[in-house]
Design a protein around this ligand. Structure first.
Ligand code: SF4
Length: 474
């Protein structure tokens, strides 16, 4: 019988395969993810906000009646399952226990805005074992989360229903863990972004021609396609669009679905040859200009803070070829979110310096952010309109014009496919955010800040490479 740990339960709630891999797969095949480190960073800060004092360790801390205790490992049974847990932290509350006239309550840190099934079941798991250890009968756990407005706390009552659901989960988890072959991939690929097994699973997805690799196919659509007999990319690529539309009629899934695009995307995936859809006028606007600015921002979404606005000018040389001017890259830092007037004045100066240059960016974040910033600074509508008219979203340009053999039309997958490499290894937005949160705030030019600037410059260059590729194909 496998011992079921809180880690397995946590993994299993996210993805059944993940729990199986945690138990059976070689841990060397895991990869490091910035998302996980960001999560741990938030966890640490939230726990510190709850109690700035160092928690006591293990059972000894409980015996001493410490306010908070960490490092506790508890073994026991829940409904015939041999279980083990390692609660994040527990805090002393009113009640009785073997240690005296107090008891301990488990604490969980919530990263998003809402309590999830994972938080509730984990708290129930911890509380069950904690009650066995302290011989108590506490009925609640505490969920906390450090937000820009302060520490949020929420008492979570562990009802009979929750305990029944926990036992059901443990029964299924135990069956899944004892399976001899690995479990299927998660239907919802969004879960994979955070997962340490993503490299291994991506290989499996490619090998089996998993439909989730096709842009535009999410968990629900994948399930529907499988129900009508389309189980892999090859089958989808060889399906006629009218037949697909016909088959999907009885499902609500056929609303707003571009069937032709889905099939073409599958074909491009199998042949690995990009397919041109149409000419896009906007390219002439760029080709006929003397140059353009590439714009990319870095943000802390939890704080609603755009802390860096990077501009890279690309100008025509004497032969009429566009050349990115690395030396003229202008990073405008907005270190203090409450004093963004300085950043705004610098942004205005930069775009006024190149009055006839279109401003290229990738995705809608930049256009939304610059308009909101202008509005907050009281810029008049006419000025805002002028800026908006200069903005060109390269994501829209490329998706309207091409179907590419990529899993997603984000900046990174497309730039990688074209052959662009970021100068710092293993970087992404989450890593840049981690650098930002862990920077030395006492130094204007901290090592982390310099890494962020390099990352932002590379994002601008990647946008340029996509533009260059498009111009090449025109
Ligand atoms: S990468 Fe995705 S499919 Fe693989 S274990 Fe993680 S969540 Fe599941």
């Amino acid at each position: 019988m496998n011992v079921i740990t809180d880690r397995f339960l946590c993994s299993w709630i996210r993805c059944k395969r993940k729990a199986w891999l945690d138990l059976h797969e070689n841990s060397n095949r895991k990869i490091w993810t910035s998302h996980r480190t960001l999560q741990l960073d938030h966890q640490h800060k939230s726990l510190l906000a709850l109690n700035p004092l160092k928690p006591a360790r293990g059972v000894k801390g409980c015996e001493e009646g410490a306010i908070t205790v960490s490092g506790l490992r508890i073994k026991g049974f829940i409904a015939n399952h041999k279980v083990e847990c390692h609660p994040l932290m527990i805090q002393r509350v009113k009640g009785t226990s073997i240690w005296g006239n107090f008891a301990y309550q488990p604490i969980i840190v919530r990263q998003g805005r809402k309590i999830t099934k994972e938080h509730i079941q984990l708290l129930a798991f911890w509380l069950n074992l904690l009650n066995q250890l302290q011989e108590g009968s506490l009925k609640s756990g505490l969920a906390i989360s450090l937000r820009p407005s302060g520490l949020e706390k929420e008492e979570v009552i562990i009802t009979k229903k929750i305990n029944t659901q926990l036992i059901l989960s443990l029964n299924k988890l135990s069956t899944d863990l004892s399976k001899k072959i690995d479990l299927p991939l998660a239907n919802d690929q969004k879960k994979c972004i955070l997962c340490k097994w993503q490299k291994l699973c991506n290989k499996k997805a490619v090998k089996e021609g998993n439909l989730s690799l096709i842009n535009g196919i999410g968990a629900k659509r994948k399930k529907t396609l499988e129900e009508i007999g389309i189980r892999n990319i090859d089958t989808l690529a060889n399906t006629k669009s009218n037949i697909l539309e016909q088959k999907l009629k009885s499902y609500q899934e056929n609303n707003n679905v571009n069937f032709i695009r889905l099939i073409h995307q599958a074909k491009v995936h199998t042949t690995e040859k990009p397919q041109k859809l149409s000419e896009v006028k906007i390219l002439n606007q760029i080709i006929n200009s003397q140059g353009f600015l590439i714009y990319d921002i870095e943000s802390d979404p939890d704080e609603n803070h755009d802390f860096l606005h990077g501009f890279l000018p690309v100008e025509k040389d004497i032969f009429g070829n566009f050349c990115p001017m690395d030396g003229k890259y202008l990073p405008i830092l907005n270190l203090n979110k409450n004093q963004e007037i300085d950043a705004w004045l610098k942004i205005q100066k930069t775009i006024d310096q190149y009055p006839n240059f279109p401003i290229l960016h990738y995705g809608e974040t930049e256009s939304l952010s610059i308009v909101r910033l202008a509005q907050r600074q009281g810029t008049n509508e006419e000025e805002i309109k002028k800026i908006q008219n200069r903005l060109i979203d390269m994501h829209k340009v490329i998706t309207a014009r091409w179907i590419l053999p990529v899993h997603s039309y984000g900046l990174k997958p497309i730039a990688h496919w074209i052959g662009f490499h970021w100068s710092q290894g293993n970087v992404d937005g989450a890593k840049a955010l981690l650098w930002w949160r862990q920077r030395d705030k006492n130094m204007i030019e901290s090592a982390n800040l310099l890494k962020i600037l390099q990352y932002n410059l590379d994002d601008c260059k990647a946008t340029w490479k996509i533009m260059e590729w498009l111009m090449d194909k025109t």
